[in-house]
Ligand binder design. Sequence first.
Ligand SMILES: [Zn+2]
Length: 265
Amino acid sequence: MNRSMKRTILLIALCAILAACAKAAYTNRSQLLLISEGQETQLGLQAAQDVVKKEKMSTDQMQAERVKRVGRRIAAASNKPDYKWEFFLIEKDTVNAFCLPGGKVFVYTGILDLATTNDELAAIMGHEIAHALVRHGGERMSTALMLQFGGQAASIALGAGTSPAVSQIFSQAYGVGAQVGVLLPHSRTQESEADEVGMILAAMAGYEPSGAMTLWQKMDAYSAKKGQTPPVFLSTHPSSKQRIADIQAKMGAIRAKYYRQQLLQ
Ligand SMILES: [Zn+2]
């Protein structure tokens, strides 16, 4: 039996014992989650305080308000009242944005050069919020726990609130360690899921889902221009012709089913 088979069997066994296999919100995909949503939210809210302390907030009231307005609409569409939603605009010329579990959303001024329309801003915020709602960070943490601790992963996860090892894995999964906003790459499955759920949320909030397509087209052009050193966001969210084609393929059905234009006043 090779290593990956052993690992798979261990994963399946743990899943069964702990009933840790959850179904992803919106898409119903099976997920391995050793960390509870409550633990994740607690860690997210703590980390958000550090981010707020460490980063300089933008003094551009108009743009900060724009981020809040778009964010609140998407939050309302997400129907997640247990989240303590808040939207921050960080003054930094870097193409980046992220959402921590618990509902603290951070957008960097550098990404607004690309997300010039509200539909595009909704696409980026919807995508990041989708990562949190669908618990992609929790999934990444669970995999990291399994890889580091094997059979003890579950018991270590139970003490998540107090375990330094879990705090460290959280920092890696969400990119809130030494370098704020630098996270381990999402899997392609998570990225395409966040694109889909993000478009659904944006459309429900009254934003035209085609914003996702123009946004990723701009990302693609931007990364081509930057050459060898893609910005942080694009190294974890690679833009490609395939991604844009996938978004385009899903767009029509999402618009027909979820777009609520009457909400825009
Ligand atoms: Zn992403």
